[in-house]
Design a protein around this ligand. Sequence first.
Ligand code: ADE
Length: 224
Amino acid sequence: MRIDIISVLPELMESSFNASILKRAMDKGLAEVHFHQLRAYGLGKYRQIDDEPYGGGAGMVMMIEPLDHCISELKSQRNYDEIIYLTPDGETLNQKIANTLSIKDNLIFICGHYKGIDQRVRDLHVTREISIGDYVLTGGELAACVLADAVIRLLPGVLNDEQSALTDSFQDDLLSPPIYTRPEEYKGLRVPSILLSGHSAKIEDWRHEEALRITREKRPDLLD
Ligand code: ADE
């Protein structure tokens, strides 16, 4: 998978891809992430990328030309499955969306700033708009990192234990059951005996029941 991220602040994202599992995914050649500094496509001597909104109002709007030039250049090099604009008014990211995107080959993420991007960029290029939650960030960069992380970890070969992505919370619309490791007892707190029984069918049943119980308690909406 290749992800091209268009941003005025790529440095905000670099460390996210330079550590741990995402770095390993890149080192293994399973994912490529390319940053594109939007300023390089800015207009005039000052590489302008934003301007005042027509009709007045507070805040600046990211102009169409720099974004169109950058996106068109990328599109001339390969076919993109989705061109995603990270925005608080997009569909809210969930595991299903991450799963769907994880089987794509080429994605573009557009990170907005200020009041957002000129509507015509959305009309012309954007195929999907994604929010990471009902709150407003200062820009789309952190949202792009969240989305890239959720997607890249699902690529075959990225996680050591292939099973572990399949048993994540949300993967079957249930939250994860409680997990424990050594010691068996700590300050009087014991690991549930079923987990020490070695009886794998019973352990699976227990885990499923616990997943249902926890989902009912914390996120009953997932069971609807
Ligand atoms: N940009 C600013 N806020 C955002 C959010 N909640 N999700 C995605 N992109 C954003």
